[in-house]
Design a protein around this ligand. Structure first.
Ligand code: ZN
Ligand code: ZN
Length: 161
């Protein structure tokens, strides 16, 4: 009976305990393998967070941080290609991200980005390709007005089709 329940609930047959003579499966935390009394998959919100977030190292400041696993997988499965190089960078913060892009594509730091007279379309498209960000975040990163960002994205889409 324990073996059967184990197969059904995907838990070790050793973990099937009996209470009042009725066998019931004891759940294990997916992260730390500790026992859980309730019907959840994790013993704590910390375990849930650790399980669903991958540990990454920021290429800019070297800080270890975590990103949602589904997001990382999506990015790595569909990496954007930039100058023939695969882009798989993850940054701990907007600040580090901005520093990298500032060095490579020459826009000011977050502290004092100046508004260029003519908006840098290439920059917006580069970052969009790199991050998949929507118009709102692109606008905040580059200082380009959101209406202009939307227009750039719309035009680039129709051009590519
Ligand atoms: Zn746990
Ligand atoms: Zn960083």
């Amino acid at each position: 009976m324990a073996k059967l329940l184990g197969a059904v609930f995907h838990v070790d047959k050793d973990l099937i305990k009996t209470r009042l003579g009725i066998p019931f499966p004891v759940r294990q935390c997916l992260q730390c393998r500790g026992y859980i009394k309730n019907r959840k998959s994790f013993c704590s919100s910390q375990c849930q967070y650790d399980y669903t977030h991958i540990e990454l190292e920021c290429p800019e400041c070297g800080q270890i941080f975590r990103r949602k696993q589904s997001y990382v997988k999506k990015r790595v499965a569909k990496p954007s290609i930039n100058n023939g190089k695969l882009q798989k960078r993850f940054y701990c913060s907007h600040r580090c991200f901005g520093q990298y892009w500032g060095r490579n594509y020459g826009f000011g730091t977050r502290h004092g980005y100046h508004r260029p007279r003519k908006w840098n379309w290439d920059l917006v498209l580069h970052i969009q390709r790199e991050t998949g960000y929507g118009a709102w975040r692109l606008s905040r990163l580059t200082g380009v007005p959101i209406s202009t960002v939307s227009m750039i994205l719309r035009k680039s889409r129709t051009k590519e089709c």
